[in-house]
Ligand binder design. Structure first.
Ligand code: ADP
Length: 397
């Protein structure tokens, strides 16, 4: 099957056409500045990237351009749009309504809309992509794969906040978790790769990217994860603050004479390692370079990131009463040898040790712990698009 995987944001749309037989992307691309002016970046597998500056007033026009690019004589990868068997959509928030992927119909759309208040920026944008596909490719099934679904196995003890219970009942205030597609993909790959017993395994997945989250996966099911009702909770991230004293929101609003909304923008977009480094960068490559040149704030930012991550790993070992494997994935987890080293240094007391040479690996599957390490530490690249394509094929079979 050929599956068009779509990740639709408010002004951008990422896509991949994936051949489920080979599990390879036939083309990847990105529509940017939708509703502003419009730019399509399209790269056929093995070919040159094509950049088209063309008006994209809305998502329907953007998807039409993507489809045109896919069948283009020069840089297309299929002859006819009929070759596309299904569209798999990344949907951010399924609340408590969705614990797995679904074939999208009117009822599903309604249920996703009911989750909109929980993700007001993301869910409506995701649904625009679904509607555009329905309009342009009638008869082609649309499948929804939720960021939150894999985490729905969490028990109340892990997902309840210490707030009045009625806010959970009335307003669905609880922890949901995100990056579920990645945590699911990587944890099941770890079971396969390390030959673990699926029904008797304890895995900690560190998805460390621009957005970062950790999950504790026991016997294939999430028992806890670091992101909460929104992706702001948990680790220190590229520009998000992660866990902090909520009183800071009120304090900063007073001190800076800003509205709550303005303070929330600071916590989401100007904090994390970007803010900590004094604005050097949210990208760990820049932070490493600045640290090497003696920038103390950049160095501290990376250390705070590693320390917070190590604390979460420690707490998840407690949550599962043990751990068989610790997995690093996503941009930083797959590539940043310094961060991996700093994090794992905190676990020497437990007899978990990294093989310094193996830890030099970037972007490929590799065990990076020593043979005598008490726990296996491994790098496993994530592939959320492939995970969405697999879910799509599985649902349609
Ligand atoms: P997103 O959350 O946007 O998907 P990514 O998973 O792509 O983020 O992670 C982005 C981070 O990964 C950046 O901080 C960047 O420094 C790091 N990163 C990505 N690729 C590499 C690489 N090849 N070498 C080192 N660091 C990388």
């Amino acid at each position: 099957m050929k599956v068009l995987v779509i990740n639709c944001g408010s002004s951008s749309l990422k896509y991949q056409l994936i051949d489920s037989e080979t599990e390879k992307a036939m083309a990847v691309g990105l529509c940017e500045r939708i509703g502003i002016d419009g730019r399509l970046n399209h790269t056929p597998a093995g070919g040159e990237k094509v950049v088209l500056d063309k008006a994209m007033p809305d998502h329907e026009v953007a998807i039409r351009m993507v489809l045109d690019a896919l069948v283009d004589e020069k840089y297309g990868v299929i002859q006819d749009l009929k070759e596309i068997d299904a569209a798999g959509h990344r949907l951010v928030h399924g609340g408590e309504k969705f614990s797995s992927s679904v074939i999208i119909d009117d009822e599903v759309i309604k249920a996703v809309e009911e989750c909109n208040p929980l993700a007001p920026l993301h869910n409506p944008a995701n649904l625009i992509g679904v509607r555009a596909c329905e309009a342009i490719m009638p008869g082609v099934p649309n499948i929804g794969v939720f960021d939150t679904a894999f985490h729905q196995t969490m028990e109340p003890v892990a997902y309840m906040y210490g707030l009045p219970y009625e806010y959970y009942e009335k307003y669905q205030v609880r922890r949901y978790g995100f990056h579920g597609t990645s945590h699911s993909f990587v944890s099941s790959r770890a079971i396969e790769l390390l030959n673990l017993d699926p029904d008797n395994s304890k895995i900690i997945v560190c998805h460390l990217g621009n957005g970062s989250s950790i999950s504790a996966v026991k016997n294939g099911k999430v028992v806890d994860t670091s992101m909460g009702m929104t992706p702001l909770e948990g680790l220190v991230m590229g520009t998000r603050c992660g866990d902090m004293d909520p009183t800071i929101v009120e304090y900063l609003a007073h001190r800076l004479d800003k509205s709550l909304e303005e303070v929330m923008v600071i916590l989401n977009k100007q904090s994390g390692v970007y803010g900590l480094s004094g604005g050097v960068s949210s990208d760990f490559r820049d932070l490493d370079a600045a640290s090497k040149e003696g920038n103390e704030k950049a160095k501290l930012a990376v250390e705070v990131f590693s320390y917070r991550t190590a604390k979460y790993i420690g707490s998840y070992i407690a949550a599962m009463n043990g751990v068989d494997a610790i997995v690093f994935t996503a941009g930083v987890g797959e590539n940043n040898t310094i961060v991996r080293g700093q994090i794992m240094d905190y676990f020497g007391y437990m007899g978990i040790t990294l093989d310094k040479e193996a830890n030099q690996v970037r972007g490929e599957e590799k065990v990076i712990s020593t043979l005598d390490s008490k726990v296996t530490v491994v790098v496993i690249p994530t592939n959320e698009e492939l995970a969405i394509a697999r879910e799509t094929v599985a649902l349609l079979k």
